[in-house]
Design a protein around this ligand. Structure first.
Ligand SMILES: CSC[C@H]1O[C@H](OP(=O)(O)O)[C@H](O)[C@@H]1O
Ligand code: ADE
Length: 287
């Protein structure tokens, strides 16, 4: 585990990670602007960790305002090779009861282009594979950890990533159900894309907090109800992280660490100097 650093991005209701030792607050500068907050570095059961609250402490950024590029860049700069996202999601399936955990393995993009969701552009073009958008190895660990701590967990499932910040209309909620999707949220797809481009493994612990607004026998989603469920389940999410982190092996057997190897199509001899400098950390070895 010597060189492995695990990042945790905390979503709604998870603004800090207790239990770490050697804790430090780190401000990270990036070519893409400011991350959501200071990163908190430390050690959890002997494993080096970096924590970042996605919406900032005090929940200051909407899902569209979060600077996902800066957040992922900062993780890379701090040496993170695997990111665990903890997120609140609405359930689109009867069997995913509020309080259950889902480890999603697919996404549907319903964002509207307001977010910067790629490091490419400004003279360098690349296309990463994204057929399997989360790291299978890390997701397997998260699933096993959830089982071990006694959570009710669903392995796999499709996460619809909507723009927000308003929740869905009832017609949209039924539409997503007709797609066969499992859960809905507003953040994870954007992060997963950038993590892939940064060659960082990405896995999600999604906490089902509500039945969105499709279910006749349950109240429509509200922030109040979401927060209540998060409060009673956040301890379980933290246990899952701790359990998963203790099982992470040194070295990665997955392909996430080479995601850019065959992705860049630009003639690297014509990449502008500033672009090259900004992307040195992310893809310098390929340019
Ligand atoms: C507070 S309800 C909606 C909010 O919760 C989820 O956030 P996160 O993914 O950061 O846990 C959802 O995506 C919305 O941003
Ligand atoms: N129903 C819902 N829609 C979108 N994001 C959510 N996060 C938690 N519940 C949600």
């Amino acid at each position: 585990m010597a060189n492995e650093v695990i990042g945790v991005i905390g979503g709604s209701g998870l603004y800090e990670m207790e239990g770490m030792t050697d804790v430090a607050q780190v401000t990270v500068d990036t070519p893409f602007g400011r991350p959501s907050d200071e990163y908190v570095t430390g050690t959890l059961d002997g494993v080096r960790m970096v924590f970042l609250p996605r919406h900032g402490k005090g929940h200051r950024f909407t899902p569209s305002e979060v600077n996902y590029r800066a957040n992922i860049y900062g993780m890379k700069k701090l040496g993170v090779t695997r990111i665990i996202s903890v997120s609140a999601v609405g359930s689109l399936r009867e069997e995913i009861v509020p309080g259950h955990i889902v480890i999603p393995d697919q996404f549907i993009d319903r964002t509207r282009g307001f977010r910067k969701d790629t490091f490419f552009g400004n003279g360098v073009v690349g296309h990463v594979q994204f057929a399997d958008p989360v790291c299978g190895e890390l997701s397997g660990l998260l699933h096993a950890a959830a089982v071990e701590v006694g959570a009710v967990v669903h392995r796999g499932g499709c996460y619809v990533c909507m723009e927000g910040p308003a929740f869905s209309t009832r017609a949209e909620s039924h539409l997503y159900r007709s797609f066969g999707a499992s859960v809905i949220g507003m953040t994870n797809l954007t992060e997963a894309k950038l993590a892939r481009e940064a060659e960082i493994c990405y896995g999600v612990i999604a906490l089902s907090t509500d039945y969105d607004c499709w279910h006749d026998a349950h109240a429509d989603v509200s922030v109040e109800a979401i927060i209540a469920i998060i409060k009673s389940n956040v301890a379980s999410a933290k246990k899952i992280i701790r359990q998963a982190v203790s099982r992470v092996a040194a070295g990665r057997a997955c392909a996430c660490g080479e995601a850019l190897k065959y992705a860049i199509i630009s003639d690297t001899s014509v990449i502008p100097v500033e672009t090259r400098e900004n992307l040195e950390l992310i893809m310098g070895k390929y340019l």
